[in-house]
Design a protein around this ligand. Structure first.
Ligand code: ZN
Ligand code: ZN
Length: 375
């Protein structure tokens, strides 16, 4: 059986729409009719480069992984969901039996089948198959767009809460005001942050961060001609500390640094402004090999953690925060596209804005035949 229009990456810069077979589901799986899908930097990266690190697109692959939908069919052993339920979709099925799965780190599973990570197809299709326990019923006060936002929000929850164990009255600095950076600020705010510092090189993104969650914003200066990255970063950090009154210890220090930019100078600056004994979580992905001030990391005894997707409890907490109104996802969905205009959605995400100049934070593509204004 077909009737499963899908948006497929064929090769670098080459996408097509194709009918694919409707997936068959197992006893413990569900078939979801995908309604809303957010476009992520990683989707765009595959389109432009055909790879992210060691994940290489060798064969045609359906794009998309930030999705919500409505249950179309359930397997014979599924009791938690029924046809018609609205769900947020956690788009990675782990093996459930390896050491990482069994120690509660299923996101590190070697056998992970993650949507739109080669060779596995993504969610930009009419139908997507998932184990039932990876579909989370949406409370009535959440829209399907909110449901699609649970994916990037879970990335933020994983970094700020699960990995950094952020506490009320702590302070955070976030480098990079893209969707994940903004959502990290939103989670910190929901957790009762004392101070939220946003850093970006684009003033309009700082303006948005300030209106949304940040208490302070900082626009780094341009590097001097010939200045090395590390020299620049130390100068930048000194300036940032002076301008914002950030100290090494005490009430004006930064408990948690999040890098959501992947930029080498942001990471270097982050080590310089983080407090003695503080935590630094790396969630942004940029150049794979960078220089860090390791003696500073040691002398300040900072904790530096890598963050990868999300794991046990992250989706549930993300949904709880949204359902309880602890954060508002609506201002983040700046652009909406019908399925047939998926190419335009990718182009806009790539540019960070549309032709009319409107800044893009998150673009959402509706499922095939789903109206864009049905949120
Ligand atoms: Zn994503
Ligand atoms: Zn596993």
């Amino acid at each position: 059986m077909s009737d499963n229009p899908s948006f497929i990456l064929q090769a670098v810069e080459k996408v097509t729409f194709e009918e694919r077979p409707i997936p068959e589901i197992g006893d413990d799986e569900v078939l979801v009719e995908v309604k809303k899908t957010g476009i992520c930097g990683s989707d765009v990266h595959y389109l432009v480069h055909g790879r992210i690190g060691d994940f290489i697109v060798d064969n045609p692959m359906v794009l998309g992984h930030e999705s919500s939908g409505v249950i179309n069919k359930v397997g014979s052993k599924v009791k938690s969901l029924k046809k018609g339920d609205r769900v947020a979709m956690e788009p990675g099925a782990s093996c459930r039996s390896c050491e990482d799965c069994k120690r509660g780190k299923y996101h590190l599973c070697e056998e992970m089948k993650f949507a739109a990570t080669p060779p596995y197809d993504g969610t930009l299709a009419r139908y997507y198959r998932l184990p039932a326990d990876l579909c989370y019923a949406l409370p009535d006060n959440m829209t399907l767009e909110d449901g699609a936002m649970m994916e990037p929000l879970s990335v933020a929850v994983h970094s700020v809460s699960t990995l950094a164990d952020f506490k009320p009255n702590q302070s955070i600095a976030v480098f990079g005001c893209g969707p994940v950076g903004i959502l990290c600020m939103a989670v910190a705010k929901a957790f009762g942050a004392r101070r939220i510092v946003a850093v970006d090189i684009v003033q309009s993104r700082l303006d948005f961060a300030k209106s949304y969650a940040a208490t302070d914003v900082y626009l780094p200066p341009a590097p001097e001609p010939g200045e090395s990255k590390m020299v620049y970063s130390k100068r930048n950090a000194a300036l940032m500390k002076e301008k914002l009154g950030i100290t090494e210890r005490g009430a004006k220090s930064i408990d948690l640094v999040i890098d959501a930019s992947g930029a080498e100078v942001s990471i270097q600056t982050g080590f310089c402004i983080g407090k003695t004994g503080g935590t630094f979580v790396q969630v942004g992905m940029g150049a794979s090999d960078i220089q860090i001030p390791v003696s500073m990391l040691m002398a300040k005894e900072m904790t530096y953690k890598g963050s990868f997707r999300y794991g046990p409890g992250d989706y549930k907490l993300a949904i709880a925060l949204a359902a309880q109104g602890k954060l508002d996802l609506k201002p983040l969905v700046t652009h909406r596209f019908p399925f047939k205009d998926a190419v335009a959605a990718f182009q806009a995400t790539r540019n960070g804005k549309t032709g009319d100049g409107k800044m893009l934070i998150k673009a959402i593509i509706s499922g095939p035949d789903v109206p864009v204004d049905a949120v």
